[in-house]
Design a protein around this ligand. Sequence first.
Ligand code: MD3
Ligand code: FE
Length: 216
Amino acid sequence: MTQDLFGEQPPEQTVEPLVDGAVVLRQFALPNAESLMADIETVTSEAPFRHMKTPGGHAMSAAMSCCGDLGWVTDRRGYRYQAEDPESGRPWPAMPAAFRELARSAAETAGFEGFEPDACLINRYQPGAKMGLHQDKDEQDFTQPIVSVSLGLPMVFQFGGLKRSERPIRVPLAHGDVVVWGGPARMRYHGVLTLKAGEHPLTGGYRYNLTFRRAR
Ligand code: MD3
Ligand code: FE
């Protein structure tokens, strides 16, 4: 007897256009998920997860770390990219080769050739954590896409327009899903709804998100 590994539906990689410029690559990162988690462990043993403070003084509910030439930071002085981890004063950990290669191949699959990220922000969500609607505008070149990788517990992503007032659409993102945001989608407002408690075989009670950026 052949083992029934997958139940009703086998896992499937699909390419779903979301809006002009944004593409969901379902399960694109699934074959690499275990090694990505091992790399997250290595990076965050050097640059531990922390809850950064917004310029307004509130702690972000997602814990963050970074790797690559530049990391994104927020504190009372504002938002910016910088080469040193403010907690240690040392350079951020190098971006693992497997991170770079995954980001490059995902961008290429979505039609963006030659994506070379210099920054990777690692977000870790625990139950109750969320990220409100915002734009990513601390990067220098908005013609460069952003690639995001979801790992662990599922979450609902919110995707708005170019104005905060535009009503966002909701897109469920699951373990292994990769989204490429470029072109006219690059400056759209986005966020994630509150994480619900759960247990994932690889990540336990957490959702991790990697966002790859070209900051300079
Ligand atoms: C659309 N992170 O780190 S990833 C962020 O799930 C961030 O952790 C969310 O928004 C998360 O800034 C969402 C999806 C994402 C990331 C960047 C974008 C969507 C984007 C930039 C422009 C448009
Ligand atoms: Fe963002």
